[in-house]
Design a protein around this ligand. Structure first.
Ligand SMILES: O=P(O)(O)OC[C@H]1O[C@H](O[C@H]2O[C@H](CO)[C@@H](O)[C@H](O)[C@H]2O)[C@H](O)[C@@H](O)[C@@H]1O
Length: 283
């Protein structure tokens, strides 16, 4: 198979991040979101799976870099299952940071560590169905039970965006009354505990492994804190590359990214191209 072509970042900072990754891969941290980045978006989150070529690309790249971490809003256990990340040769050191970093799964041990559940989630869970009913949220709006959080999805509603807009304020009020926050995403409003986000998760993990460069790839609003974390790392002297898994649904990342690729397909090609380049002896 011919090697994948490596795309060129459109910013100087991004090019410096890529150059650092290629020059010193053993110091590089690769952080990747799951839904919309490694897994194509589908109407039923239960059916979301990693892109068919994602595991092979990750397994080719992971042994060549310091670490690969999947940083996701999903419960870690769900991401590991839907991603097929367990027991993959080449991914023996993979880390999955679930619930925006509140949970951590290590491939090495197969164990998940997590803090105590936030009591507000039970309160929200109890009130949510009646609130949705009262608001007349259209048919197709449904609640995803996430254990440490609940998410209200509108992708299957007759008018997904209008339904999301209708729910935003009341759900923010409900979350606030129970000490939770609303995390908006692609046709979803998640009510979850505060205090952790993907930026904190990425920064802490980069510090833990002593990363000398960071690539972060995401597609959704929940990935913006990780983008900001890479900006801060760059300001402190750690080169970074911001990758956007492009879609028509979210444009905020596209505007800040160093490199926009075509959805999970493009992400997988990028990972493959990096593995190819490093395999041939970079830069
Ligand atoms: O941080 P992520 O890995 O991107 O997870 C964020 C949310 O992803 C899931 O919802 C999204 O993907 C679904 C499956 O493709 C799609 O149906 C939905 O519209 C998207 O918003 C997941 O269900 C949420 O719990 C995550 O918070």
């Amino acid at each position: 198979m011919s090697p994948e072509a490596l795309p060129t970042p459109v910013t100087k900072a991004g090019q410096e991040g890529l150059d650092a990754l290629l020059a010193r891969p053993s110091e590089a941290l690769i952080g990747l979101d799951f839904d919309g980045t490694l897994a194509p978006i589908v109407a039923d989150p239960e059916l979301a799976r990693a892109h068919p070529e994602a595991l092979a690309a990750l397994a080719a790249l992971a042994p060549k870099v310091a670490a690969v971490a999947v940083i996701t809003g999903r419960p870690a256990e769900v991401a590991v299952r839907n991603g097929g990340f367990a027991d993959v040769p080449g991914l023996e050191h993979l880390v999955v940071l679930g619930h925006y970093g509140a949970e951590r799964w290590d491939a090495r041990s197969g164990e998940i560590s997590a803090p105590a559940p936030h009591p507000g989630v039970a309160g929200v869970r109890g009130e949510l169905p009646e609130l949705l009913e009262r608001l007349g949220a259209s048919q197709g709006t449904w609640i995803e039970e996430k254990g440490r959080a609940v998410a209200v999805h509108t992708r299957r509603a007759a008018d997904p965006q209008a339904t999301l807009d209708l729910l935003r304020e009341p759900l923010t009020g409900l979350a606030g009354r129970h000490g939770l926050i609303v995390e908006p995403g692609r046709l979803v409003l998640e009510l979850r505990p505060p205090g952790m986000d993907k930026g904190v998760a990425l920064t802490e993990f980069a510090r833990e492994i002593g990363a000398g460069s960071v690539l972060y790839g995401g597609d959704d609003l929940g990935d913006l804190p990780a983008y900001s974390a890479v900006d801060r790392l760059r300001a402190d002297g750690t080169p970074g590359l911001l990758v956007c898994s492009g879609s028509d649904e979210v444009t905020e990342l596209r505007d800040r990214a160093d490199l926009v690729v075509d959805g999970p397909e493009g992400v997988v090609h990028l990972l493959g191209a990096l593995a190819d380049r490093l395999g041939r002896g970079a830069p």
